[in-house]
Design a binder for this molecule. Structure first.
Ligand SMILES: Nc1ncnc2c1ncn2[C@@H]1O[C@H](COP(=O)(O)OP(=O)(O)OP(=O)(O)O)[C@@H](O)[C@H]1O
Ligand SMILES: [Mg+2]
Length: 510
């Protein structure tokens, strides 16, 4: 579209936001036109979510102004934002899990404040919206029963229901399957076709190039530049974003003949439940190799990861870990056997949000003599702090100090804390589930390098990822899961990509 002729709907000017002594945004300016997708691109911690939280009235800027249709406005709360036609889907969803889809959508709606709520007309309105935008949702389902993609649709419906001209989508695609991303892009196109605007945040360059009209790059809290998408390549954007050149990576594939660290023998778990069970899984993961699990999310991958970390026990079959039969499946026992886990949902299983970065880093090793005397009774504060500072440097965890509460860190930097903790213990088995989800390209490279280094040190790695490119890049062997079964196994060197894709859709296989 011709951005220059389109009307400006929104402008943020010279925005600065300081937390304590740290700048999250520093003199950031950008504008949004009617009918465009404007992407914010930047490394983890660059200040994208903070800027959007300011726009949505969750934070007040330390300095700077916001203009809506050329008028200077003060946005002091989300309800102000909604009044000015701004809707937002947050990086971490904010739905109330115990409530149904319908209840979540009408929650906080100003028209619902009276005693009398006309439920049936509300329902009708929401159903019409969902049909118009292809946002399929069962209004009576509780949120807990919804997959991530469906929750995403509810969040969007909620924003649209409140009425918005500008919709902010903060990393909406991080946890979506390829198919769901296509669905989301259709919705975005419909919105912009109607003259609405979308502010889009993503770390996936391919998506950014496809869907954006313009891109504004943020680096270390500052605006670097705004580009029209036709005028720039993905490589240029990446280089501008991280401020240096990123060379293409090339990892050596290996065929390990070392001993098997984990052996699964005919394992089944809820095998009749097609989409989250395991059906007769037999698999070996050897020292010094990366076994990649490809497949559309929700075909048993999560259960496989839970099993290998002791979080669930099989109903049939058995497992050997480092040469011994596993008698009891419990997560602590597996940790003692030096099994590391990068979990699927970092907020639920990976981090304790109200603990500091430092305490999260040593969470699993408080009994370690380096960090405590008397078996965990007395913590060596200085040793923990020194260690945390070293990790902060090594893993490039961007925080104001290691004492900062981890929930205040940007999404990608929270992921780096988990990585540091799980990789530094020198695991025998590493179960990595979507390890680079929501992580910027520079940090993704670092994580890949680190996982490869662990493999070369003799760690056995099971890598589960919805990102097919990541599986192809890192895996020494690739297995495909479909409806709880292993559809086939393929070499990581010169992998037969077409056959693997077919197997992912449940076709063919070996
Ligand atoms: N409530 C807060 N208190 C203190 N610091 C904060 C708070 N919120 C954000 N920050 C800091 O502001 C900086 C920018 O974070 P922000 O979440 O905006 O980054 P981001 O660009 O969205 O990153 P990501 O891609 O990882 O989501 C980070 O260094 C973060 O630690
Ligand atoms: Mg963010």
């Amino acid at each position: 579209m011709a951005v220059e002729t389109a009307a400006e709907v929104l402008r943020m000017e010279h925005i600065t936001k300081v937390f304590g002594s740290a700048y999250a945004n520093r003199d950031v300016s950008f504008d949004v036109c009617a009918g465009e997708v404007h992407t914010l691109l930047g490394e983890n911690g660059a200040g994208k979510s903070t800027l959007m939280n300011i726009l949505f009235g969750l934070y007040q800027p330390t300095e700077g102004d916001i203009y809506v249709h050329g008028q200077k406005v003060k946005i002091e709360s989300p309800s102000d934002a909604v009044r000015y036609g701004i809707g937002m889907v947050h990086q971490h969803f904010m739905l109330v899990e115990a409530m149904t889809v319908f209840e979540n959508i009408i929650l906080g709606d100003s028209r619902s404040r009276g005693i009398f709520i006309d439920r049936s007309s509300r329902r009708k309105e929401i159903t019409e919206l969902s049909q118009r935008y292809g946002l399929v949702a069962d209004l009576d389902q509780p949120i807990t029963e919804l997959a991530v993609g469906a929750q995403q649709r509810v969040e969007i419906l909620k924003a649209l229901y409140r009425g918005c001209d500008v919709l902010v989508l903060d990393e909406p695609t991080a946890a979506l399957t390829d198919q769901e991303v296509e669905g989301l892009f259709e919705i975005m196109k419909k919105l912009t076709g109607e003259g609405k605007s979308v502010i889009f945040i993503s770390h996936k360059m391919r998506e950014v190039l496809r869907i954006s009209d313009r891109v504004t790059i943020l680096r270390a809290g500052k605006t670097v530049e705004t580009f029209r998408i036709g005028d720039v390549t993905g490589e240029e954007l990446a280089n501008r974003m991280i401020g240096r050149q990123l060379k293409p990576s090339q990892y050596q594939k290996v065929e390990s003949d070392k001993e098997a660290i984990a052996v699964l023998n005919h394992i089944s778990y809820h095998k009749n439940s097609k989409h989250n069970g395991l059906n007769d899984i037999s698999l070996q993961i050897r020292r010094g190799e990366i076994v990649g699990v490809a497949g559309v999310d929700g075909n048993g991958q999560s259960q496989l990861a839970m099993l290998l970390t002791g979080n669930i026990a099989p109903e049939e079959g058995d497992m050997d870990l480092k040469g011994s039969r596993v008698g009891r499946f419990d997560p602590n026992g597996f940790i003692c056997e030096n099994v590391s886990h990068i979990p699927e949902d970092r907020n639920k299983a990976g981090l304790v949000g109200n603990m500091s970065v430092a305490d999260n880093l040593v969470l699993k090793s408080t009994g370690d003599r380096r960090f405590s005397d008397w078996n965990g009774f007395h913590l060596k504060k200085k040793a923990i702090r020194d260690y945390a500072c070293a990790m902060q440097k090594k893993y490039d965890i961007r925080c104001s100090s290691v004492e900062q509460e981890s929930r205040n860190l940007s999404g990608g930097n929270q992921q780096k804390i988990i990585l540091a903790r799980e990789l530094e213990s020198g695991p025998d088995l590493l179960v990595a589930v979507h390890p680079t989800r929501g992580v910027d390209i520079g940090a993704t490279r670092f994580i890949h390098d680190t996982v490869i280094a662990q493999r070369d040190k003799g760690c056995a790695v099971l890598l589960i990822s919805a990102d097919f490119d990541e599986i192809l890049e890192l895996s020494d062997r690739i297995i495909v899961m479909f409806e709880g079964q292993i559809m086939g196994e393929y070499p990581g060197r010169n992998p037969p990509v077409e056959r693997i894709s077919l197997a992912m859709a449940g076709k063919g296989g070996e």
